[in-house]
Every structure is written in structure tokens, then in C-alpha cells.
Write a protein of this length. Structure first.
Lengths: 131, 124
């Protein structure tokens, strides 16, 4: 179980780094946009896209933070069960494996969903769709 | 001037839209929480166009849209979804809720301006 504790601590550290990256990139972009607005600078297509990258980066990182939360929860459940009854360990390990795979698949789905025009089908997304 | 409200939990996304729309003949109000915008609408604010993100905590874009359709003053107000989501089933869900259009991030400034101009029937 020591190894699981180490993994959990590592995951927590990764989450902390991700949160810092979101915070710093948000601060950075808001400072740039404040400067641009103050100086009435026009944004062209490329600059507008670049300014929006931060939003996409934040969404991607938030999705992985959520996935890590889910993984940590399942690891904790497994550890608790293992301590209470070692006979259940193998069965619990299989359940943990299934849950981790499900979490990974959901995280991969969100990566694609939150990619906007950077998704694989980006060529179809150039136009605004009116209903 | 027509009132356009933007709802997005990302302050940086709102900053991007603000920089694009500040030269347009519209009044802009921005909200990081849909429920706050909804409360102001219920209190009497009457936007001419609503541009909202989809994935937001507490109240997402679809929930916001559904709530707007329950308010008499915004039952027919045009709404555009501005999101990173590209799935066809989500677009269909939005369409069924009376969404006017779907814009995928990162948006093109000229296209966003054109969309607002078209929906509000502003002079080109």
C-alpha cells in the first residue's frame, strides 16, 4: 500500500502544478488584454486565436484535474477495502483497474471535446453554424 | 444601442470577446456565472442577444438557455453558443432548446462580429 500512497502524493503534486499553471496563465493573459484594451490595440484573427488558447489550456487542465480526483478517490477506496479484508484484494484490484480505465477514457474524450478548432475535425469548424 | 450579454466562466475568454466587440455599436455586459446573468434578467434586464459558453460550473449553457426560455422577456431572445464543444448531438440539443447558432472556440473575430451583426440586423 506504500506504493499507492506515493502515487496519490504524486498525483496531488501534479494537480497543484496544473492549478498553478492555470492561475499564472490566466493572470498573464489578463495583463496582456488589459494592456491591449488600455492602448486600444486592434486584435486580428491570429492574435484573437492566441488569446483564446489560454481558455482551451485551462479547460484541458481542469479536465485532467477532475480525472485525477476520480483516480485518487478510487485508489483511496481500494486502500480502505484492502486494509479491512485482504481476501478481497484481487477482486478489488480488478475493480480498481476497470474504474481507472473508465476515468482514462473519459479524460481522453474530454481532451477531444474541449479542443475546439484544434480537434481532429477542425476543417469542418471554420464557419459559424446557424440553426 | 442593442444590449449583448456574454456569459463565460473564463475571464480570459470574456476579455477576448470584449476586445473584438468594443468597436461595435452595441452595449456589452459580461458575466462569469450564468445564474447571476439570469437573476439580472429576471430583475428586468432585457438583452437583445445572449452569447454563452456551454461548460460552466453551477449552471451550464443548456441549463441557462432552458431557464431563459421560462422568463417571458427572453423567451424569444436570440442566443449563440460559444464553446470548445464540437459534437453534433450537443448542437442538436442546443437547436432543440431554441439556440440561434453555434460558434466553436477559438473564434474568428470577423466571424463573431458578422454573427452579432447578422442576428441583431445591424448595418454592415
Amino acid at each position: 500500500m506504500v506504493i499507492l500512497n506515493s502515487i496519490e502524493q504524486l498525483l496531488t503534486h501534479i494537480q497543484d502544478v496544473q492549478k498553478d499553471v492555470i492561475g499564472l496563465s490566466t493572470d498573464s493573459l489578463l495583463k496582456i488584454s488589459t494592456f491591449m484594451e488600455k492602448n486600444e490595440l486592434e486584435v486580428d484573427e491570429e492574435v484573437a486565436a492566441a488569446l483564446q488558447y489560454q481558455d482551451i489550456i485551462s479547460q484541458q487542465l481542469n479536465a485532467t484535474i477532475e480525472a485525477i480526483d476520480s483516480i485518487k478517490l478510487n485508489i483511496n477506496r481500494f486502500s480502505h477495502l484492502y486494509k479491512s479484508d485482504e481476501d478481497l484484494a484481487v477482486e478489488s484490484m480488478n475493480k480498481l483497474h476497470d474504474k481507472l480505465n473508465a476515468t482514462l477514457n473519459e479524460a481522453k474524450d474530454k481532451k477531444d471535446r474541449f479542443s475546439g478548432k484544434f480537434a481532429d475535425n477542425s476543417e469542418e469548424l471554420d464557419e459559424i453554424e446557424f440553426f | 444601442m442593442p444590449l449583448v450579454i456574454f456569459v463565460d466562466d473564463s475571464e480570459t475568454a470574456l476579455a477576448s470577446t470584449r476586445m473584438v466587440t468594443n468597436s461595435m455599436p452595441i452595449e456589452v455586459k459580461q458575466y462569469t456565472e450564468a445564474q447571476v446573468a439570469l437573476a439580472e434578467i429576471k430583475a428586468g434586464m432585457t438583452p437583445d442577444l445572449i452569447v454563452t459558453d456551454l461548460n460552466m460550473p453551477v449552471m451550464n449553457g443548456f441549463e441557462f438557455l432552458e431557464a431563459l426560455r421560462q422568463v417571458p422577456s427572453t423567451q424569444r431572445t436570440p442566443c449563440l453558443m460559444l464553446t470548445t464543444e464540437t459534437k453534433a448531438e450537443l448542437k442538436q440539443q442546443g437547436k432543440a432548446l431554441g439556440l440561434t447558432g453555434w460558434i466553436v472556440k477559438p473564434f474568428n473575430p470577423a466571424q463573431l462580429k458578422q454573427a452579432i451583426t447578422r442576428v441583431l440586423r445591424l448595418p454592415a
